[in-house]
Design a protein around this ligand. Structure first.
Ligand code: ZN
Length: 145
């Protein structure tokens, strides 16, 4: 099982999905860093009428951080903003080693469940999710006044 998880993480690290930002004034950009590990990430969030159209990411860091950003970008696309926020909180449960809802979480995210045993890596695994969460929350607040 551990070996399988490692392979999933390495696959997203080597072949990141949705990596690279584009020039688009409609996108929301969020930058976060994790000084303890040296991870840096910028998220570019595209939403339309309460839906997440696309999430792009760019940055540098450890394999856990980069792979997690790739998984996050796939996990959230084509969901509503409300669902996206729920998916993010399920991922936090998974990372903490708590029970989580497998129905809504992209299956590759499960590869990060082992991170709960390494508290120092939790920040690496959640950095991109924290960035996108910040963006989604700000859009949600804006639309509800
Ligand atoms: Zn890291």
């Amino acid at each position: 099982m551990q070996e399988l998880y490692r392979q999933v993480i390495m696959d997203h690290y080597k072949y990141p999905r949705n990596k690279g930002l584009i020039s688009d004034s409609k996108a929301l950009m969020i930058h976060l860093n994790n000084p303890t590990c040296g991870d840096e990430i910028t998220i570019q969030l595209f939403t339309e009428e309460g839906n997440i159209k696309k999430v792009l990411h760019e940055g540098s860091g450890c394999s856990i951080c980069c792979a997690s950003a790739s998984v996050m970008s796939v996990a959230l696309e084509k969901h509503t903003i409300k669902e996206g926020i729920q998916i993010i909180s399920e991922f936090y449960e998974l990372i903490k080693g708590m029970p989580y809802n497998t129905d809504i979480l992209f299956k590759d995210a499960v590869a990060f469940s082992g991170v709960s045993q390494f508290p120092a890596r939790i920040k690496c695994a959640t950095l991109s999710w924290k960035a996108v969460e910040k963006g989604l929350q700000s859009i949600k607040e804006e639309s509800h006044g």
